[in-house]
Ligand binder design. Sequence first.
Ligand code: C5P
Length: 221
Amino acid sequence: KKKLPLADKSVLVTAGPTYEAIDPVRFIGNHSSGKMGFAIADKFAAMGANVTLIAGPTAQVSKYQNIKRIDVTSAAQMLQQCLLYFKAADACVMCAAVADYTPANVATQKIKKQQGDINIELKKTTDILKTLGEQKTNGQILVGFALETNNEEAHAIEKLKNKNLDLIVLNSLNDSGAGFKTDTNKVTIIDRDLKKTAFTLKSKTEVASDICLKVTELINK
Ligand code: C5P
């Protein structure tokens, strides 16, 4: 039997949104469906990798047995789980749409409607990807996503450098069919040498293949 390309490799993937609690019934979230991250986890699994998938609240299901799925709710929980699994990972693809801000205080009781307006104080969350970039040791491949609306490539390259990534996957909200809830995506992958590979609009499954192949090339380098 032919050996699969990522047999005996471990990969870590994050997917979906995070929910940041305001009180017991309310949260701040985003429109991420988790489709892209689950497609990537499935592809890695099909390539034989040992996959850990850390997922925010999502309706997605994964197809493969060799995916260890860990469900989390908040950015803080996602960070905690990523830190547990990062050391063992040969590659790490951070696809989750992690909240940048979280309520400074979570009310223990449901917040009552009041006469006037109210303010919710927000504090910054920890950038998971940047944290892993700081901890990365030689050989580990770290991949981030950038969803941009303007100056896309410049912003993506800034993130690649700032977060110490090996690849950044740029998807633009300006392209129809690309983004949060769709089944298709259009991406440009940029590597550390700033070499850009622009792909056409295709299914998220096919985009996942393109990404996983690039990662495999880097793992084998
Ligand atoms: O800086 P920005 O949020 O645009 O970067 C997006 C990339 O960083 C994505 O890969 C996302 O998963 C990751 N990220 C993270 N933790 C955060 C914010 C973003 O891992 N708190």
